[in-house]
Design a protein around this ligand. Sequence first.
Ligand code: COI
Length: 389
Amino acid sequence: MQRTVASLSRGFGRRTLATLDASKVTITNTSQQSQPRPNNELVFGQTFTDHMLTVEWTKANGWGVPEIKPYGKLALDPSSCVFHYGFELFEGLKAYRTPDNKITMFRPDMNMIRMNKSAARICLPTFDSEELIKLMGKLIEQDKHLVPTGTGYSLYIRPTLIGTTDGLGVGVPDRALLFVITSPVGPYYKTGFKAVKLEATDYATRAWPGGVGDKKLGANYAPCILPQLQAAERGYQQNLWLFGPEKNITEVGTMNVFFAFKDSVTGRKELVTAPLDGTILEGVTRDSILSLTRERLDPAEWDINERYYTITEVAERAKKGELLEAFGAGTAAVVSPIKAIGWQGKDIEVPLTPGEQTGPITKQVAEWIANIQYGKEKYGNWSRVVAEL
Ligand code: COI
């Protein structure tokens, strides 16, 4: 599909801006194909596959020819706007090997919707989602021998969009680069599947109303590292991000977060996560968990709620024995059980099943998602086949 705009440069006629078009892709093969590494050597985001995808965009011509080529360095001018004013956004999604020898991407349409929202927010070009899904599929096909096998192992896909206008003036970028790299991965945390301790952080804020906390901008991540280091010095693996005078629970580390409670009077159980009010990342794992639990947990027993809730509520309900479980939810770690939360000098203990690193609901949710991701169960159109092996 072509978009027509009046030509500014010549003052006559009309010019067409090229849209992102997967059918135009050119492929240059690496001279030396690498061999898959054993699963126990896969450290999250440290090994990359043989090829990458790049597509340039200019204001004058629109999207250029997509190129799949050997993985390698980018060359950019030091004045490029990505380095100075944070014109950068990214996505994270995964591809899995299924028992019937296919490679599938998990809900790539959701990531593409979010990526386009991020791009629009920082004046970078948007694109046809379906075309980038096709291009990612072609990239994965190229390196399909490097997609790991086994539950807990997958290919992490990192689409990224940067502004590449040269010069130090602050304005709308007239050049951009879209690139995709892929990394064979195992468990996100070095410790493997282990429950984590969080420090509730109220002295720093991850996101705020009217801000960009719901967009996947690199600029949202760098400022969160220092509070994380400070939490680590006190023995906590991640921060639990609070917001406002009420100290609402928002996210954990780089993930969405869920809590499960049981009302001691009525006996009703509740799974709760913060509402999408612009301060919360619109997580694909978050959305998948809400859909699956709304469909599969017994409504006679459970309420599944997106609502505001505070650290005070968690602390009080833990004291009354009403706190059942808590877990983080994101693409990288998928479901990450929580065992304690440091708050006001004490730890709020979060129950785990005795002898296990998880609780029953956390375990059930992780299993439901894994079964769909690894192709043991077909669920709507959540798995998109990209290659046959
Ligand atoms: C995720 O949980 O998928 C993330 O966003 C983590 C990523 C920044 C490595």
